[in-house]
Ligand binder design. Structure first.
Ligand code: NDP
Length: 456
């Protein structure tokens, strides 16, 4: 049977665009449908605008530090109405690049919603339909909003946060994951009075326990009014000093008033209404598409990559999954995306970079040595800022391999990328010790920790 396309991709985000572009470069006929904007969550309403806001939020504290370092400098306030158009111009530029690169590789782009009609047919919201030998679903995820009374009408999510008309004087962030912690630090750094309420006992569940406590302390010290064991019970619109505001009641009985309430309470796979189950594609409990090691679904002609599969929900992972899919299906070289020792960074202030196992995960696996150094770095101690950085290595007693590396410091996202190369290569503690320090840096500590802080 002759198909219209060799590959039809649904979703123009990180995973879909990479797969579509690389497949087209092999000579395959590729179509891709995106219902919103090319670039997906990462470019349009995730990593990229978030990181630009992280940069913006660093200049307030940096200008205070500049004064402490002897600069005669009068600080100002953050001007959202000046920053917002700049941010959106940059996103438009990046969206254009994505579109150009994919089109330039020879793929057809459809600005439409696609649904699956059968294992080889997609139907577009424009009324067109196409047959394809392979269909790749790369539709990502979307924010999950809990059923808290008032949340659906008055709350915002990370989808809306980059489009706010006015900069909030007072903001409440709900949640304790990556997105909640990052936006708490961003708004705090930009000068908003920022509260963060998290339902559990400590933020960043699943990460290294020692780091979670350390980071929570530093987030509070930087000015975020962080409360754990606290949820929103209900919220209502109210007026205060002639302004529309939001009255919020907490589960401990407290009441407070905010301009915005940002729910960062997790994300769910975008698998609804795509015709997946009708076509025979099996979904998991959260609606994630179930795939094998090669990203193939229960229907052999349909594959899925990225957040819609809910494996490791990170842009670079989706990109690798997309590339491995093309290698497997179009280059005849079965390739599994590698989900081992994926490094990531939480862009809080200070940042947290991590690769490999937490102390708790490692200890469950085997006897370990833990090396940990927490100290005031020179740049901060010189001006009397009482903030520490943390460097931590988790080492297998049997093999001396470094099983996990955790860094909390300004710039930890950049540092962990490099440490991740060593961990991925299977470096031992001895390899770290043999490496001569770069002096004076804070990260030299990673090669200078001689005695275990804890031994099993
Ligand atoms: P996370 O899963 O990291 O965090 C969700 C948070 O919401 C948790 O604290 C969770 O609490 C809380 N929560 C869930 N349901 C409710 C509820 N009903 N009421 C109150 N709180 C609730 O999700 P995020 O949305 O922060 O991020 C999604 C994913 O995106 C991340 O896992 C990550 O993979 C990716 N990401 C990566 C970034 C990076 O690399 N820097 C940045 C941003 C996102 P509990 O812990 O108790 O379940």
């Amino acid at each position: 049977m002759a198909f219209d396309y060799d590959l039809f991709v649904i979703g123009g985000g990180s995973g879909g665009v990479r797969a579509g572009r690389v497949a087209a470069q092999t000579g395959a006929r590729v179509g891709l449908a995106e219902e919103f904007r090319m670039g997906g969550t990462c470019v349009i309403r995730g990593c990229v605008p978030k990181k630009l806001m992280v940069f913006a939020s660093g200049y307030g504290p940096a200008s205070e530090a500049a004064r402490a370092y002897g600069w005669d400098y009068e600080g100002g306030t953050f001007n959202w109405s000046r920053f917002r158009p700049m941010l959106h111009r940059e996103l438009e530029r990046l969206e254009g690049i994505y579109r150009k690169n994919l089109g330039g590789a020879g793929a057809d782009i459809f600005d439409a919603r696609a649904t699956i009609r059968d294992p080889h047919t997609v139907e577009l919201s424009t009324g067109e339909s196409f047959t394809a030998k392979h269909i790749l679903v790369a539709t990502g995820g979307r924010p999950f909003l809990p059923g808290t009374p008032g949340a659906a009408e008055l709350g915002i999510t990370s989808n809306e946060v980059f489009d706010l008309d006015a900069f909030p004087e007072r903001i409440l962030i709900v949640g304790g994951g990556y997105i909640a912690c990052e936006f708490a630090c961003i708004f705090n750094g930009l000068g908003a009075h920022t509260a963060q309420w998290y339902r559990g006992a400590q933020i960043l569940r699943g990460f290294d326990d020692e780091v979670r406590g350390f980071l929570a302390e530093h987030i509070r010290d930087r000015g975020v009014d962080l409360h754990v064991g606290l949820e929103v019970e209900r919220m209502e619109r109210c007026a205060e000093n002639g302004r529309d505001r939001i009255w919020v009641k907490g589960t401990d009985g407290r009441e407070d008033i905010f301009d915005q309430v940002l729910f960062a309470t997790g994300r769910v796979p975008n698998s609804d209404g795509l015709g997946l189950e009708e076509a025979g594609v099996k979904l998991g409990r959260k609606g994630e598409i179930l795939v094998d090691d090669y990203s193939q679904t229960s229907v052999p002609s349909i594959y899925a990559v990225g957040d819609v599969t809910d494996r490791i929900n990170l842009t670079p992972v989706a990109i690798r999954e997309g590339a491995a899919f093309v290698e497997t299906v179009f280059n005849g070289n079965p390739t599994k995306p590698d989900h081992e020792n994926v490094a990531s960074a939480v862009f809080t202030q200070p940042e947290y970079g991590t690769v490999g196992l937490s102390e708790e995960q490692a200890r469950d696996q085997e006897p370990i040595d833990v090396y940990c150094a927490a100290f005031r770095p020179m740049q901060k101690s010189f001006i009397g800022v009482n903030e520490r950085v943390l460097f931590k290595l988790i080492v297998s007693q049997a093999t001396q391999k470094v099983l996990g590396c955790h860094i909390v410091a300004d710039g930890a996202g950049e540092m962990i990328q490099l440490a991740a190369v060593a961990v991925k290569m299977g470096a031992t503690k001895e390899d770290f010790d043999r490496t001569v320090a770069v002096h004076p840096t804070m990260s030299e500590e990673i090669v200078l920790m001689k005695t275990p802080t804890r031994r099993d």
